[in-house]
Design a binder for this molecule. Sequence first.
Ligand code: BGC
Length: 721
Amino acid sequence: MNQMARDIVAKLTLEQKAALCLGGDFWHTAAVKGDGEAGGVEPVTLSDGPHGLRRQTGTFFDPTEPATCFPTASCLAASWDPDLIRETGAALGVEARAQDVAVVLGPGVNIKRSPLCGRNFEYFAEDPVLAGRLAAAMVEGIQSQHVGACLKHFAANNQETDRMRVSADVDDRTLREIYLPAFEHVVTSSGPWAIMTSYNCLNGRYTSQNEWLLTQLLRDEWGFSGMVVSDWGAVHDRVAALQAGTDLEMPPNHGISDKAIIGAVQSGVVAEAVLDESAARVVDLVLRSRDRQPASQDTDAHHALARRVAAESMVLLKNENAVLPLAAEPLTIAVVGERYPAFQGGGSSQVNPVTTDDPVAELAAALPSATFTDDPGSADVIVAFLGFEQGTESEGRDRTDIDLPEEQTELLAQLSGRAPIVAVLCTGSVVRTSTWGIYARAIVHAGLAGEAAGGAIADVLTGKVNPSGKLAETIPLRLRDCPSYLNFPGEESHVRYAEGVFVGYRGFDASGLEVAYPFGHGLSYTTFGYTDLAANGRTISCTVTNTGDRPGAEVVQLYIGDPVSRVHRPPRELKGFAKVRLDPGASERVTFQLTDRDLSYWSTTFARWVLEPGEFSVEIGSSSRDIRLTTTINIDAPMPRPTLTPMSTVREWLEDHAGRDRLTAMIKQITGEDPIDFDALADFIGDFPLSTLAPMQIPGITPAVLATLEAPTPATPATPA
Ligand code: BGC
C-alpha cells in the first residue's frame, strides 16, 4: 500500500474514517473534504462489469450510458485465448477512462458447478485453471489502463437460488482444488485492485463477515493488498465485516453502519488500527486511480473488436458432410427460429449497447449472391437461430432445466429431412442438444456473443473466420447426469457440495458417463495432427501440425492424472493449454512446464498441498475426450505420512517405516516380548486405532506401551508443495 494512503488516514477523524468504509452513494466511494495538510479524498466511481460498462448516471430504472457490449465471459472463455481476453479487458479499460470510471466490477470467476446457475453466462468455466488464467488476462487488460478490476464473487457463489442467505457447505479439499484456485491465481498473478465478496455464506458464515476467507486466506496466504468491497447489500453486521476484512460496504446504508463502526471503535470492540487499515485501503485505491487519463470512446473500433473476439469464441460442435462453411454460391438460405437472438444476459451485467448487428443482414452482406427467405420449403440450407428470449438467462434466478424452448425443438423436428439445418445456439449456459442435435447437420455454439454477435456468426458460417473455440464446460446428455444434480440448489438455506472435487468433466470422467460434447471440444474447418510427445522431467512438449487446407487455430490441452493415491482423484485435470495458429502444413512445438502444485492435491489431514510419489498420467488432447498423445512421468517424493499417535490405525503405524520400527521396539523394550505378526492380521484389524486394541488383550499392546507411544512419532517428512 502507498504510504501516502496511511498518512492521509492518520490525519482523519474517526467519523471520516468510518465514512470512507462506506460508499458515498450507490456507485461512488465517499469523499473527504480537503483540510490543510491531510488533503481531500475525492470520490471515485465503481461500475458494472463484467463484459461492458453499465454506468448509471440517472435513476436505477433509467437506461445506463451506452457502452460496447462485448461477449459475456462464458462466450469469451470458449476462445481459450488469454491474449484476446487481455485485449478485450484493455478496451473495457479505455471505455472506463472515457466514462470516468475508476473500477470495473468484474471479472466474475466463479466455477460453473451446475449448468442451472442463472449467472453462468457471467462466469468462465467449470475448470479452475482455465477460469483463473482467462480472468487474470482480463484483469491485466483492464488495469493496463490505470483502471481497477474488481474480481468477484468471493467465494463459492455458484447459484442464484436463495443467494442472499444460502450457505455453500464445502469441504476444504473441494474449496482449495475447485472453488478457490481461480481467485488465487488472479490475486497472485495479476493483482486486482479490488475483490468483491459474495452474497452467500460459506460453511455457515457470510463471506463478507468471514475472517478466514478475507484475512487469513486472501491477505495472509495469498498476499492480497487491494481493497475488499462487499457485494451490493451483502453486509449484515458492519462491525463483524470490518473485523473480518471487508474494507468498503456498498451501497451505504443511511448512517447505520457509520454509527456501528464508530461505536465499536469507541467502546474498544474494534481496534482503531483495524479501521485505519480499511480506510487506508480505500484511499489507496483512490490514489491509484489518479493515474487514469481521460480517453475518447472509439465505438467503431470496439465494435470491430467485439466482432473479432466473438468469432474467435464460437464453438463448432458438429459439422457433418462439411455443410459449413456456407459456399459463396447463389444459395437460397431460410432463416428460422429467433430472428434477433439474445446476445447478453440480464441483471447487473446488462449493458446498454452502442449498436447491435442484425445477423441476417450480416449474412446477406457476407454472401451477396445468396437469397434469404423465411420459407424453409424453397431453401438449399436452413439456418436456425436457437436460444432464449433476451433476459431469460439472468442474475437473480437459476434455471430449472437445460432444455431449449419446446417450439424450437419441434420446429427442428418438422424441418428435418428437408434442406440441411445449421443450428446456431445463442445461449450463455449449457443447453441439452441430445433431444434435437440429430436434426442439425451442423451446430455452432455462438454463446451470448455481445453486440457484434450477428457479424461474428456470419464470419464463422461463411468461413471468413475458421472456428477455433472450445467448450469451457461439458454439455451433458441429461441434466441428471451432472455431478451436482442431487445437491442443487440445496434446501433450507444450505447447499451441500457433495460431489466434492468431481465437478464438470472431473465428475463425468470419474463416473464414465457419456456426454453430448465434452469439455474442451470444438471443431475447425481444418484438421490438426499431434506428434512427438516428450516428457523431460516435468517439461512436456509435443508438435502440432495443421494437416488440412486452411489456416486455423488449435487449442492444445494438457491433462494430468494420478491413478494411485491416498485420496480419490479425478481421472484427468487440465493443467495447461496453448492456442496455436497454423497455416496449412505448418507445425509448432508446444511446451508446458508442470509444477509441484499442478500435481498435488489438498490434504485435509495435513492441511496443505501434498505431492505423492509415483506414476502420473500425462495426456495431450484436442478435447478432454479426444486425447491424442499419452505418456507417464514418475514423481520422486517421500510418501506423506500423518504424525503417529495411539489413535493412528494399525495400518498407519505399519505403513510408516519409522512408526513400525518404533512400535516393535517399544513392545520389545517394555513387555520383553516379540510383537505379534501385525501384517498377518492387517486385513482384519488394520483400521483399528492402536489404543482400541488395548482392552482386547492383543499381545504387546499394553497400557504402558500405549503411554510411551503418546509422545508423537514424527512422521516421515512429506514434500512441501
Ligand atoms: C451483483 C454484482 C454487481 C453489483 C452491483 C450485485 O447484485 O451481484 O455482481 O456488481 O450488484 O451492481
